[in-house]
Design a protein around this ligand. Structure first.
Ligand code: HAM
Length: 475
């Protein structure tokens, strides 16, 4: 055979992507199952949309956001279509809602989803180019209770995973009535400081001044501290909505922090926006190069449970941070998007949602050694010897599976010694030995590993034999 020269790089996943190996994958599976269970209880139903969408679906919404501008994987197909790998789930789900006329269903339509999303980010710890999200969308509901339900379900999932030490950072971004006034004020503020802004922010000043608040450059973080706050310009309706949201959060005893400069990386948000941060009881191992995401809050200034006072008519007091916080990544985020449907169709449909970043949850669970999965060990091990023993063991394993009894085996191993070693390592209660002789005469040896006692029984009676042991609590 000719020698093939294999490039070393071929044996690596593409930059920013990774294999989720079995030990980690079981955590993913557990998180997704738990999240689905809680979301379903609250009335959310599953939706699956394609990984590919038309590029144009995203562009009118976020012409100037980094995600749309710089981070989408877009390409032209052989047929000439312009497609993109989905960078997030909300826009595709609103597309699906409109495409399938879900506005004719009883409102709100409550949907959950779980899967991969793709962004061409500079990869660093906790930030990948393919990453998993578990998301919720509640479409067709304007009331603040919907915002609270989304946050409740997301935080419940965290609590049930043993990640109860979180803070929800929350802000309002106003609506089409009051946000332009705020935008103007922000523009006035930053125009006076234009010489101190980073290159990207100078551009943002022209395209999307709100995103200046989200800049992670140190000098821009400094400037943000004195920047105007949306709450000061919010109209009565937006203030009322915002107040109602955190009144619900108070009622639910969800720890939150009023983060008056919180904006989000996606442009479709109106009114409520939030990000959830994990506050580890013991600091997790710090990354060498700190990953950065929108926050300029001092750790101590973050209010955790008990919740904050119920605010009066006046805007809630601002807790002014003095210096930048240790940089942290959000484990979940979301907000309200009442104007999004208007960019895709003439229909005006309110909506609110959020998504948890599964990669980040798994990382915390592994780093903090949180045992979310109860390990179960098999109590029976099937040892097979000889070709007929191996064949017959396949039949028996299937019978055990149908009887919902778990039996371990090592069918690829042939020697008794190797199989006995595995049996001992697994510390099983019973070993079943199926050799050539037993395979021919239809029997099997059952060995009690603790006492060493063994008996030979008919294979046809094997399942009943273990059922009886189970009934007598001997297995
Ligand atoms: P997002 O903030 O872009 O929002 O992402 C939601 C969560 O996904 C983040 O809080 C983070 O935990 C995780 N995440 C985002 N980017 C990455 C990445 N590159 N690597 C690892 N994890 C990441 C959205 O996507 C909105 N669609 C959420 C939403 C739903 N808003 C309303 N409804």
């Amino acid at each position: 055979m000719p020698k093939i020269k294999i490039k070393k790089e071929l044996l690596h996943t593409p930059k920013g992507t990774r294999d989720i190996l079995s030990d980690e994958a079981k955590n993913w599976e557990f998180i997704e199952t738990k999240a689905k269970e809680i979301a379903s209880y609250y009335g959310f139903r599953q939706i699956r949309t394609p990984h590919l969408e038309k590029t144009e679906l995203f562009t009118p919404v976020g012409e100037f956001t980094d995600i749309v501008e710089k981070q989408m994987y877009s390409f032209r197909t052989r047929g000439g279509d312009h497609l993109s790998l989905r960078p997030e789930g909300t826009i595709p789900i609103m597309r699906s809602y409109l495409q399938h006329g879900m506005n004719a269903l009883p409102q709100p339509v409550m949907l959950y989803y779980s899967g991969s999303f793709f962004r061409h980010e500079s990869p660093q710890r906790g930030r990948f180019r393919e990453f998993g999200q578990f998301g919720l969308e509640m479409i067709g509901e304007e009331d603040a209770i919907a915002d609270a339900i989304v946050i409740r379900v997301m935080t419940l999932i965290l609590e049930e995973l043993g990640l109860g030490q979180f803070t929800v950072h929350i802000n309002t971004l106003g609506d089409q009535e009051c946000r332009p006034i705020y935008r103007k004020e922000l523009l006035n503020y930053y125009r006076r400081k234009v010489n101190y802004l980073c290159k990207d922010c100078k551009k943002r000043l022209k395209t999307n001044p709100l995103r200046l608040l989200d800049c992670v450059e140190e000098k821009c973080i400094e400037l943000k501290k004195d920047a105007p706050q949306m709450i000061e310009y919010a109209c009565d309706a937006c203030r009322k909505h915002f107040r109602e949201v955190f009144e619900f959060l108070d009622k639910l005893q969800i720890p939150y922090f009023l983060d008056h400069h919180l904006v989000r990386g996606l442009d479709y948000y109106t009114r409520t926006v939030f990000e959830i941060f994990y506050n580890p009881p013991v600091p997790l191992e710090e990354p060498k190069k700190a990953p950065i995401i929108n926050t300029d809050l001092e750790e101590e200034s973050v209010k955790t449970f008990p919740p904050q006072e119920v605010p009066t008519e006046e805007p809630p007091p601002m807790i002014v941070p003095e210096r930048a916080a240790p940089l942290k990544l959000a484990i979940g985020s979301g907000g309200r998007y009442d104007q999004l449907s208007g960019t895709l169709s003439p229909k005006k449909i309110a909506g609110v949602g959020g998504a948890l970043g599964i990669d980040r949850l798994v990382e915390i669970i592994i780093k903090s050694k949180i045992q979310i999965i109860k390990e179960t060990h098999p109590k029976i091990f099937l040892i097979q010897l000889g070709p007929q023993g191996k064949q017959q063991s396949l039949v028996l394993l299937e019978e055990f599976r149908k009887a919902k009894m778990s039996v371990a085996s090592a069918l690829a191993k042939d020697s008794l010694k190797n199989q006995l070693r595995i049996t001992n390592n697994l510390k099983v209660q019973y070993a079943l030995i199926l050799g050539q002789k037993e395979a021919i005469d239809g029997t099997i040896i059952v060995r009690d590993m603790a006492s060493g006692a063994q008996e030979t029984i008919d294979q046809s009676k094997l399942i009943d034999y273990f059922k009886k042991l189970k009934k007598n609590k001997k297995y």
